[in-house]
Ligand binder design. Structure first.
Ligand code: HEM
Length: 475
């Protein structure tokens, strides 16, 4: 049962607590329903353990940003340790290894360093326009090619000129297996019943899945690292990030194992997040033609037809539904309640940005709301506890790739709206079939289900000129 010192939550049953009603897919919808019932700070009992869900910007600010020293940990995840030996920065506990990996990631991803990668992003963004123009139906995969090519170039100086490039397909294969391993409900509840760790592999499918995923990841991450090391040995530097890390390896206190996984987590962090945002953007533009029209008019006013957009043109925020869970290092007091040590904390970003008390008509895609007030809240409502970059995380765990990601997002958002008209499919009677904006793939790294969107180029003379050039397909 729920301890009296915990914030309220759904009624519990013996032994399981709330485990039997814990959502295993699209958790943000259920988390949001409960928030409307129990408030922005409520608890769930998962067996003997405690989970806290935050859907209140003030609670997020205090507990996750201001008291981040205590909420910086991640919950135990045995399967992640089996696959990466505790060296995946995103899922790692608050250990010395995490601090070392995080420091190293930070050195290349500062605002100044991120600006140096802009020429790569601009070149890849131009190829993205070219690819969509020449093969519109493939826009979904062209976007995935874009994001993995940017991160592979930044890290290893190696492009992915095609979606079928060896490293890209190897990455998507490994990522697919990784997502299956991490999918809630896919492995048995090992973190709740640690005895399950000792079941022999021949009876534990999850162990065989972990071993296969580990091999796929290591083949790719250490293969890329070895290529870089060998290139350095031949004196053929190309100025990529992993060269810097290899050169300052001792100073950073990293061994080869850590460097391999650092590269891996940055490929993972930099690929599907960025592409999911851009796919979501196209989904929203297709479903909300009025919003698309307004954005095009604004871009026409600022950019026009004679030049392509640049990064100084307008920005837009991104939004994953729930942040990666955090965990407490010690008990934490808030509003008269006590969150115990080792409690799991979810920040329900979806629930916050869909709160009708904070936002007018929150279900509607309406970017212009951000022009009315700083965080897009209703006029007269205090939105000062919100942060526009909340979708990138909180406290000491905030996404280190935020600047690189913002450049990709801003550049491609403006490019896509400037260059194309996205519109829904048409049925047999000629009526538009609006895409389902809530159809998202299940799993930890969510993205819209593939959808169709007719798109026509907007007749930009300078786009035509740029597109008539040959696109370099070399790596
Ligand atoms: C639209 C793009 C992106 C979004 C929305 C995004 C979002 C996030 C979020 C929500 C977290 C968890 C923060 C938390 O626990 O509070 C995170 C962590 C992380 N991200 Fe990103 N990210 C993006 C792009 C990138 C890029 C481009 C990179 C690498 C170049 C990257 C690398 C990482 C890493 C390494 C972590 C783990 C941080 C840690 O746990 O210490 N991300 N990201």
């Amino acid at each position: 049962s729920r301890e009296p010192s915990l914030p309220p939550g759904p009624p519990t049953v013996p032994l399981l607590g709330n485990l039997h009603i814990f959502p295993t897919e699209c958790a943000h919808f259920r988390f949001t329903e409960w928030a409307r019932q129990y408030g922005g700070f409520y608890s769930l009992k998962i067996g003997p353990g405690t989970t806290v869900v935050l859907t209140d910007p003030a609670a997020v600010k205090v507990l996750m940003d201001q008291r981040s020293g205590n909420t910086v940990d991640r919950p135990a995840m045995h399967v992640a340790d089996c696959v990466t030996g505790g060296l995946n920065t995103v899922l790692a506990r608050y250990t010395e290894n995490w601090r070392t990996l995080r420091r190293a990631a930070h050195t290349i991803l500062t605002p100044q360093e991120s600006r140096k990668h802009l020429p790569i992003q601009q070149a890849e963004a131009t190829q993205l326009l070219h690819d969509i123009l020449s093969q519109p139906d493939g826009f979904y995969t062209h976007i995935r090619r874009y994001s993995s090519s940017v991160i592979l170039s930044v890290l290893y100086g190696k492009r992915a000129p095609r979606y079928e490039t060896r490293e890209t397909t190897a990455f998507f294969e490994a990522q697919h297996e990784w997502e299956r391993v991490l999918e809630p409900g896919s492995p048995p509840p090992i973190d709740l019943i640690p005895l399950l760790k000792y079941v022999p592999a021949r009876w534990a499918k999850w162990k065989r899945d972990c071993a296969r995923t580990r091999k796929l990841q290591r083949d790719l991450y250490f293969g890329l690292l070895n290529d870089t090391r060998e290139r350095l040995g031949r004196g053929e530097e190309n100025g990529c990030y992993m060269e810097e890390i290899l050169k300052s390896q001792e100073e950073l206190g990293m061994d080869a194992e850590m460097i391999g996984y650092l590269g891996g987590v940055l490929i993972e962090g930099g690929s599907d997040t960025t592409s999911s945002f851009l796919q979501t953007l196209i989904l929203a533009l297709t479903a909300y033609p009025e919003a698309q029209k307004k954005a095009q008019e604004e871009i026409d006013r600022v950019v026009g037809s004679d030049r392509m957009p640049t990064l100084d043109d307008p920005p837009i925020p991104a939004s994953p539904p729930i942040l990666i869970p955090h965990s407490t290092l010690a008990a934490e007091e808030y509003k008269g309640y006590t969150i115990p040590k080792s409690a799991t904390i979810f920040v329900n970003v979806y629930g916050i940005f869909h709160d009708p008390d904070l936002f007018d008509d929150p279900e509607t895609f309406s970017p212009e709301r951000s022009l009315l007030t700083e965080n897009g809240t209703k006029p007269g409502v205090d939105g000062s506890d919100l942060r526009h970059n909340l979708p990138f995380g909180v406290g000491r765990r905030i996404c280190p790739g935020i600047h690189l990601a913002q450049h990709s997002i801003n550049l491609n958002t403006v490019n896509l709206i400037w260059a194309f008209q996205f519109s829904p499919d048409i049925d047999a009677s000629g009526n538009p079939i609006p895409p389902d904006t809530s159809a998202y793939q299940r799993g930890m790294f969510t993205a819209p289900e593939p959808f169709t969107a007719f798109r026509g180029p907007l007749g930009r003379p300078c786009l035509d000129r740029a597109m008539s050039a040959e696109v370099c397909r070399c790596a």
